[in-house]
Structure formats: structure tokens, C-alpha cells
Design a protein around this ligand. Sequence first.
Ligand code: GLC
Length: 401
Amino acid sequence: MLRLNRRTGYAAWAGLPFDFTCPSLSGYPFQWFWDSCFNAIVLRHFDIERAKRELLTLMSAARGDGFIPHVIFWESGAFPSHVRRYAIARDGHTSASIQPPVLAQAVAAIWDSSQDRAFLDAILPKLWRFHRWLIENRDPDGDGLISIVQPDESGMDASPRYDRLMKLPQLTRSGYREAMRRLFRVYRAARAEGREPLDLDAFSVEDVAVNAIFAEGCRSLARLSLAAGAAAAGEEFASQSRRTSQALLAKCWDPRRGLFFDLAGRDERPESIAAVASLMPLILPDLPSEIATRLVEEHLLNPEEFWPPYPVPSVALNEPSFMPGRGPLWRGPTWINTNWWLARGLRAHGYEGAAQELTARTAALVSRSGFREYYNPLTGAGYGARGFAWSTLVVDMLQSP
Ligand code: GLC
């Protein structure tokens, strides 16, 4: 399947060759940022050179200031509906948004498998610039937490966590599309006057999952920097990782409910919807053990919340907004990439048995319904795109010791 989804060629608009794995030939024929990172993590088990090219292709779209777009339309012109949906950069071939920064972790996985110093040296300067861009441009209050400026930037598009900010008391597909258009209209008008999205505070979220992934990315980047003999960068990103983890604990942890919640807007209003993002800080090895215990024992393994027959649902089963079936994305169904993260998080905190159980149930789900985009957590039915590349992460889960 990863062979089928491979796209190679030469993009005349960029003057660059490309070699990447699209999420799905039917629904998503372009290069997406975090999809490519996950695909590279799986590809390294089969074809390490191709895994490297996947990431080198992604990074070849980096701007000079470090920013890397969340979608790159290498083969231009073909699918205008996606192009209309996203905020597109002036070049007309890349989006103007980010996605969760999984890149350093994907590079670390390839480094661990290959010890290829030339690859590491080629990629590190761009990785440093990308992380510094996030810190300089997405953390205006300097608290260590980076902000997203529209829902797709979290990779969890229509999550009910954003309904309030998107002014969506009742969700419909057309209402959601209109809310996105409304937001992009505001941004376009502001950009024309030289103002940036975060200046407007129209949608700014210090997102728990994005920041847990960012902290973990900075930790990986620190390790890679040290491996390349760059001690100062090693210290810079180790300290950023600690800052972000500590800010998550200080500002997003709700000790009463035992979950983490996003902060919305410049005045940092805590949100309250229990979703898979609320568990994501489990991936941080420096999370205090009493907090990891609460996340796992009160919530993740709780059959009323996050532990149905096919865990882990993207929204807790007991949330009024939970929807197990087909529909707007990330409102209840199980996704394989978050299972991959959480299995790692469980292992990092000594829950080996639960990590194995989650892996076994994920494998059963994919065996039953194939490599689909997302799955019903109650019945295991598969929905959305077929031949969905990152669902192959189950292979990496099965490889883990
Ligand atoms: C959907 C997902 C997003 C993913 C994209 C391509 O929009 O929500 O996370 O990157 O599809 O697979």
C-alpha cells in the first residue's frame, strides 16, 4: 500500500524533484506534513532510503525563515477543492498553515535505524530553523506554549474542542465550512494590511496535543543535536522542551478532573471537552508519575471514557459531542496515529501491559477493517479514505519491544 501511495516526479514551479507518500490516492493526493512524518517512521522498516527521501522532500518545501507548510501541492492544478479549502501561500502551491511538529521525532527514528551522519547533517539546520520559527512566531506571550491559528493546524480538524471558538453551537458540515471560510476571510483582510493571524485573536489556541508533540519534538531535536556534536543547540532545545512541558503542567492541567485542557484566546480561557488530546502529555517522559497515573487509570483505561472495544476514541464516550460514526473528523472515532503515540506514552510510564493491549486491539481493528482513515470505536467499522497511509503505523507499534 505504501508503494501504491508513492508519488515521484519533478515540480517545475519549485524547480525540485519530489518523492513522498500521499495519505490516500482517493482523498488526499498531496503531501501532508505530519502524514509524511508518520509514513517515514513506518517506511524505515522496509526502505530506509525512501524514508529519508520522504522527509527530505517535505523539508525541501521549507521557507527561508524556517516555516514548513502543512500541505504541499507538488503536482499542481489537479484538485482545486482542497486548494480552496486551505489558506494558500502566495506561491499558490503550499498551504500557509502548520501541522503538529512530529518532524524531529521522525528524523530521530531514522537516525536510530541508520546512524546516517550525512543525512543528519543535511537536515539539522532546517530542523533548528523550523523549531525556532515556531518559538518566534507562535509563542507571542513567551510562556513556552505555541499557538495554532486555525483548527486544521492541530491535525484534528473538526474536533469539538474548537466548537466554541468557531462559534458552532450545533455542528453541521455546511456550518463548519462556513465557519472556516469566515475565519479565512478575516485573516485575508488582515494580511492585506500587514497584520498576522495571532495579532487578531480570532482563533488562537494553545493546544495540548500540539504542545505535547512540540515538547517531545524539542527533546528529540536536543538528542539529535548532541549526536551531531552541536552542544549549544542541544542545550537550547532541551531547555525549550522542559519549558513547554512545565507550561503544560502549570497552565493546562486540571487537577480536579485529572485531564489536560487547551487554552483559548489571548486571555487563555481553559476549554473543558475531554478528548484524546487531553491524554497526549502522557508521551512526555518527564511527566510526573502521579499525573501519568491519573491520566491512565482514571481516564485512558476507563471503559466509560476512552477504553471501548476499539480504543482510543478521539472524544471521550461520555462527552455530549461524542459521535462514533462517519462524519466531520475527530469527533469520536479512533485514529491510528494517536494510538501509536499513546502506546509509546503508556510504555514511557511503565504501563507495558496496557501498551501491549492497545497494540493488540489496534492490530485487530486494522485486520478487521483495513487501512482506513478512522474507525468506529464501538464496532470497529472503518470510515473515510481507503488505503490510508499512516494507519500502517500499526506495523511500527508491533515492532516496538
Ligand atoms: C485530515 C486529518 C489530518 C490529516 C489529513 C491528511 O484532514 O484530519 O490530520 O493530516 O487529513 O491525511
